[in-house]
Design a protein around this ligand. Sequence first.
Ligand SMILES: NC(=O)C1=CN([C@@H]2O[C@H](COP(=O)(O)OP(=O)(O)OC[C@H]3O[C@@H](n4cnc5c(N)ncnc54)[C@H](OP(=O)(O)O)[C@@H]3O)[C@@H](O)[C@H]2O)C=CC1
Ligand SMILES: N[C@@H](CC(=O)OP(=O)(O)O)C(=O)O
Length: 339
Amino acid sequence: MRVAIVGATGAVGHELLRVLEKSTLKFDEVQLYASPRSAGSTLSFAGQDLTVRATPEGAIPADVILASAGGSISKERAPAWVAGGAVVIDNSSAFRLDPQVPLVVPEVNGEAALSHRGIIANPNCTTAIAAVAVAPLHRAFGVRRMIVSTYQATSGAGQKGMEELLTQTHMVLHGKEAGAEVFAHPIPFNVIPHIDTFGDNGYTREEMKVVWETRKILGDESLQISCTAVRIPTLRTHAEAITLELERPATPEQAREILRAAAGVEVRDDPAGKLYPMPLTATGKYDVEVGRIRASLVFGGGLDLFVAGDQLLKGAALNAVQIAEYLQQQGALRGRVTG
Ligand SMILES: NC(=O)C1=CN([C@@H]2O[C@H](COP(=O)(O)OP(=O)(O)OC[C@H]3O[C@@H](n4cnc5c(N)ncnc54)[C@H](OP(=O)(O)O)[C@@H]3O)[C@@H](O)[C@H]2O)C=CC1
Ligand SMILES: N[C@@H](CC(=O)OP(=O)(O)O)C(=O)O
C-alpha cells in the first residue's frame, strides 16, 4: 500500500504529512512529489527524511494519491494517475462539480466516496468547515436558507499568503508602505472582501463555491445559499458567521444538543465564560468549533452561529486523509499493507 503526496512542499502538503503520521491509515510507503524546483529537497516524515521528487507527467507508482498541487496540475495529470491504477483524492477545485466525481466530507456523505471512478474531490475549505457544522442541523431541522459571512486566513492562499502577511506586517511596523502581491490589497491591519475572481453576478468564485459545493455535499439542490467571503490578517483557520432559516423551528439548546453528538464538531459556546470559536483556539484542531448559537432575530425558529475550523486540516489535509481511511475501512482500496 503506497501513498503519494503531490504538492508535498506546500501549505496543504505539510499538513498532509503531519496528519498521515497520526492517521489510522495503514500503508507501507509514502512518496513525495512537488514541482521540479523542489526535487531533491527533503521533508521529515515519522522521524525520517524523505526526498521530494519532481511530479512525473505520467503514472505515479502509488495506490492512493493525495493531490495538492493546484487545479491545473490535477486537471492535466490526474487522468494518467488513475489510468496507472491509483485512487486520487484531490484537494483542488478541478473536479469538484463533475457529476462523475464524488465531493466528500466523511462525517456528512462518506458513503459517496464509494461510488468513485478513480477521483474523489475534497471540498473548498470554507465549504467543508461549514458543512461539518450545518449538516447535522440540516438533518434535524431542514435548512431552507443559509447566509454565510467568512473571515478567511492568509494561508488559504498557500505558503505565499502567510509569507505576505508576515513580511508586509513587518514592513508596516517599521514605517514602510506595504505592497500587495498575493492579495488584491495590503493585508496587514486590513480586511479584503475579495477572494478569487468576481463573476457576472457580483459574487466571487470563492463565494459561489460555497453555494455550489454545499448543495452537492448535502445532496440538496433546493438549498438557498448566499456567501460573502473576506480575507483577514490571520495566519491560519477560517471563521464563518452562519445564519440558518429552518423548515422545523429549533431552539439554541436543541441545536447544541444535536451538535454535541455530531462527529467532527466541538461545541464551544459559553459567552459568559468568554468561550466561543476563534482561530487561535481552533488552529491545529481536527474538530470544527461551533458556538455563539442563538435564535435568529430575522428568521423565526432559525439560528445564528459562529464557526472556526482549521482550513489546512478539516478544509484540506485532514479531510483528504479521512477519505482514504474511510475507503480502507470499507475494503475499497486496492493497495494491501505488506509491512
Ligand atoms: N491553502 C488552503 O487553505 C487550501 C488549499 N486547497 C487547495 O490545495 C492545493 C494546494 O494549496 P496550497 O498547499 O495552499 O498551495 P501552496 O502554494 O502552498 O503549495 C503548492 C504546492 O504545489 C506544488 N506545485 C506547484 N507547481 C507545481 C508543478 N508544476 N508540478 C508539481 N507540483 C507543483 C508546489 O511545489 P513547489 O514547492 O515545488 O513549488 C507546492 O508543493 C490548491 O489546489 C488549493 O486550491 C484546498 C483547500 C484549502
Ligand atoms: N480559496 C481558499 C483556499 C483554496 O485553495 O480554495 P480552493 O481549493 O477552493 O481553490 C482560500 O483562499 O481561503
